[in-house]
Design a binder for this molecule. Structure first.
Ligand code: WTA
Length: 633
C-alpha cells in the first residue's frame, strides 16, 4: 500500500501529480498489484465516442489479487467475518485460505455446470458468505456476474436476466431479514417463467423452507460442492485488463434500469486505491460496511476493495433494528471494528431510538466512520460524531456512483479536513468541474452547477450492457468531452464540494436509486390507471419519499383502498423499495403544450406549497394546477 496518502501536503502533491502526469501516477498505483503480464500503455481514451481503456493489454485475475496474494503471509487471517441475522446462530469466521479454497471449488462447480468465460451469471441471494464466494468464483473463471438486490421483484429479475442474456443463476432457498423469512427461490421461479433463457440455477440452502427444484435446471449448491475433486482445481482464468468483471443494473432518468459495465483491471485498482486512502486503512483493519452486496457499495467496499487490500470484512445478514437498535454497535464491539461505513438513512433511523441502545457499548475500536449514498444532514452528522465516534473518529462523507465504481469526492480520514454536509475534496486522479446549463465551465469558488468529471479514472463505466449508445447519451452527450454525473453541486469559498442532489428524474430513497419513469411504468400497469407522474418529496428518515399523482379512468370511491392496490402492483413490478409514500388521485397533470409534465409544480404541491407555484402560463390547462393543489379529483 505504498500509494497511501500520508498527510495533507502529500495529498496536494499527489493531486497535482495525478493531473500533470496521470499515466505515471496510475502506473505507480497499479504496480503494487499482481499482474500476470504488465500493460503496454496505461491509458487510451476518447470521451466523445466514448471509449476508455486502462492498463491496455495487461493480464490478470482479480481473485489472485483478492485471495492468492495473501495466502503466504496472511492465509489464516479472517477475510470475512459473517454475522447472522439471529443472535442465537453461530457466526462464521472465514480465513483467506478457506475463502480461497471455497472460491476455487465453487469456480469448478460453475465450470462443470457449463459456465464459461464471458458468460453472464445472475446472482440473487441474501447476505451470506456464499454470495461473496459466488461472485469471486465467477471472476475466477472470467464469467461476468450481475448481482440483483434481494429486495427486487420477479419482474425486475427477469428484465435483468433478459437484458444481460444470462443463462445461469445462483440463488438461495430463502433469506432471513429481521423477523422475516424471504422466499428467494419462489421469486426466482416466478422470474424464470418469463425468461426461458436460463438453463441452470444453483441453489444455496439457507432457510430450509420448502422449495421447488426443477429437474435438469435446478441443482443444490451443497451437493455440487461435494462433487469437486480438490486435487484437480483449475488455475484462475487469465483476463485482459479490459475484460468485463461485472454488470450492475442501476436506475436512470428514463426507461428500464441500465446495466453498468465495469472491467477487471481499472476497477480493481480504483476500488482498492480509494478504499485504502479514504478510510486510511491499516493492514490488520476490520472493516464493517453495512450495505447490501446487491449495490455497488457492497461490491467495492465489502468484497473487492477490502479483500484486495488484505483486510477483514464484516458481513452482516440482518437489519440494524433486529432484535434491537443496538445491533450495529454490538457487532462493532464484538469484532473490534476499526472502520464503520453506512448510509445517512440508517443513522437517522437509529437516531430516532435515542442514545439508549448505544449506551453501555464500548465502541473504542472504531477509528474511522463513513457515510455514503445521499447527502447527510447536519443533525445526523453530529449525532454520528458524538454518539458513535465519541468525537474522536473522523467522518468521511463519500460521494460516488454505481458508474464511478469507487469513491470520487471525499475527505481522507484524518488527512484532509472534514466539513459537515460536504463531500469536500476530490481524490487524487479525479478532476471535477461544475457546468452551467449552457455548457460553460464555472471557474472559481462559491458557484453551483452540474457536476461533471473531465478526465477518466480507472473505474469509470465502460458501457451500458448491450447498448453503447445509451451510455453515450446518458453520460457523455450533455457536456461534450465530459462525464456527466446527474448531480448538482456547490463549490464553497475553500474549494470544497457539497453535493446538492440529482438534477435529473432520479430519486434517492433511503440511499437507493430509483427512476421516476420506472415507478410510473409500474403504476401505469395497474388496472384502471390512465397516467401517472411521480416526484420526490423530502422525508425525515428516507431523505426522499415518493409522491405519486395518478389519473384513473374512473375515479375511485375509496381512495385509500385503490391506493393500497396500486402500491401492491408497484411492489410486484419493482419491489418494496419503490412503493410510493403517498398516492393522490387527480383529474389531469400539468403539461406544457408539447406534452411535457411540469414536475417542478408537482414537487411543490407534494411539499405542501399550494400558492407560490411559479409560472404556469405555458401550461396547456393552468386550471388543473388549482385543482391538484386543492386536492380535488
Ligand atoms: C447520491 C451509491 C450526496 C448521488 C454509491 C449519486 C450522494 C447517487 C453521496 C449514486 C454523498 C451518493 N452525498 N449524495 N456522499 N453518495 N450520492 O449509484 O445523487 O446507488 O448520483 O451509488 O447517490 O447512487 P448509486
Amino acid at each position: 500500500m505504498d500509494y497511501r496518502i500520508t498527510s495533507y501536503d502529500d495529498y496536494r502533491k499527489k493531486y497535482d501529480e495525478s493531473v500533470n502526469n496521470p499515466e505515471g501516477f496510475w502506473a505507480d498505483v497499479a504496480s503494487s498489484f499482481f499482474w500476470r503480464k504488465k500493460w503496454d500503455s496505461v491509458l487510451e481514451w476518447d470521451f466523445i465516442k466514448p471509449e476508455v481503456k486502462w492498463f491496455v493489454n495487461g493480464k490478470l485475475n482479480i481473485t489472485e489479487n483478492c485471495l492468492d496474494r495473501h495466502l503466504e503471509g496472511n492465509g489464516d487471517k479472517p477475510a470475512i467475518i459473517w454475522e447472522p441475522n439471529s443472535k442465537d446462530e453461530a457466526n462464521r469466521v472465514i480465513s483467506y485460505r478457506e475463502l480461497h479454497r471455497d472460491v476455487c471449488k465453487f469456480a469448478a462447480v460453475l465450470r462443470s455446470n457449463g459456465v464459461k468465460k464471458g458468460d453472464r451469471v445472475c446472482i440473487y441471494m441474501g447476505m451470506v458468505p456464499e454470495l461473496a464466494i459466488a461472485m469471486l468464483a465467477c471472476a475466477r473463471i472470467g464469467a461476468i456476474h450481475s448481482i440483483i438486490f434481494g429486495g427486487f421483484s420477479a419482474r425486475s429479475i427477469s428484465d435483468r436476466l433478459i437484458d444481460a442474456g444470462a443463462a445461469y443463476m445462483i440463488t438461495c432457498d430463502g433469506a432471513f431479514r429481521g423477523g422475516k423469512t424471504i422466499p428467494l427461490k419462489d421469486t426466482v421461479d416466478d422470474a424464470l417463467a418469463n425468461s426461458p433463457g436460463v438453463e441452470k440455477v444453483i441453489v444455496f440452502q439457507r432457510t430450509h423452507n420448502p422449495v421447488s427444484m426443477i429437474k435438469g435446471r435446478d441443482v443444490w449448491w451443497h451437493e455440487e460442492m461435494t462433487k469437486v475433486d480438490e486435487a484437480e482445481l483449475l488455475p484462475a482464468e487469465e483476463m485482459d485488463a479490459e475484460d468485463p468483471l461485472f454488470i450492475l443494473y442501476t436506475s436512470g432518468s428514463t426507461g428500464k434500469p441500465k446495466g453498468v459495465v465495469h472491467t477487471t483491471g481499472g476497477y480493481m485498482v480504483y476500488a482498492t486505491y480509494s478504499f485504502v486512502n479514504v478510510f486510511q486503512v491499516k493492514q490488520d483493519d476490520v472493516h464493517f460496511c453495512t450495505a447490501d452486496i446487491g449495490w455497488i457499495t457492497g461490491h467495492s467496499y465489502i468484497v473487492y476493495g477490502v479483500l484486495c487490500a488484505g483486510c477483514t470484512s464484516v458481513m452482516f445478514e440482518g437489519i440494524p433494528t433486529y432484535p434491537d437498535a443496538g445491533r450495529f454497535w454490538e457487532i462493532a464491539d464484538r469484532y473490534k471494528v476499526n472502520v464503520f461505513y453506512t448510509a445517512p438513512t440508517a443513522i437517522r433511523s437509529l437516531m430516532a431510538y435515542g442514545s439508549q441502545p448505544i449506551e453501555g457499548k464500548n465502541l473504542d475500536s472504531l477509528r474511522v466512520l463513513g457515510t455514503v449514498g445521499e447527502p447527510i444532514n447536519e443533525e445526523a452528522w453530529h449525532w454520528y460524531d458524538e454518539h458513535v465516534g465519541k468525537k474522536r473518529c473522523p467522518i468521511v462523507d463519500t460521494w460516488w456512483q454505481t458508474e464511478t465504481g469507487g469513491i470520487m469526492i471525499s475527505n481522507l480520514a484524518g488527512i484532509t479536513p472534514a466539513k459537515p454536509g460536504f463531500a469536500t475534496l476530490p481524490l487524487p486522479g479525479i478532476q471535477p468541474v461544475l457546468m452551467d446549463e449552457q455548457g460553460n465551465v464555472l471557474e472559481g469558488n462559491e458557484v453551483s452547477g452540474n457536476l461533471c468529471i473531465r478526465f477518466p479514472w480507472p473505474s469509470i463505466i465502460r458501457t451500458t450492457y448491450g447498448d453503447h449508445e445509451r451510455c453515450r447519451l446518458n453520460y457523455f452527450a450533455a457536456y461534450e468531452g465530459m462525464y456527466f454525473t446527474g448531480d448538482g453541486c456547490y463549490r464553497d469559498k475553500d474549494g470544497m464540494y457539497r453535493i446538492t442532489g440529482r438534477v435529473d428524474d432520479v430519486l434517492n430513497v433511503s440511499g437507493h436509486r430509483i427512476g421516476t419513469a420506472e415507478v410510473e411504468n409500474a403504476i401505469n400497469m395497474h388496472t384502471g390507471v390512465l397516467e401517472s407522474a411521480v416526484v420526490g418529496v423530502p422525508h425525515d428518515l428516507k431523505g426522499q419519499g415518493i409522491y405519486a399523482y395518478v389519473i384513473m379512468d374512473v375515479m375511485p370511491d375509496d381512495d385509500a383502498h385503490t391506493a393500497a392496490d396500486i402500491l401492491q402492483t408497484v411492489t410486484r413490478i419493482i419491489g418494496p423499495i419503490a412503493r410510493p409514500d403517498k398516492v393522490q388521485f387527480v383529474k389531469g397533470l400539468p403539461k406544457t403544450r408539447s406534452g411535457k409534465i411540469m414536475r417542478r409544480i408537482l414537487r411543490k404541491i407534494a411539499e405542501g406549497e399550494t400558492r407560490q407555484l411559479g409560472d404556469t402560463s405555458t401550461l396547456l390547462d393552468p386550471d388543473i394546477v388549482t385543482l391538484i393543489a386543492a386536492g380535488k379529483k
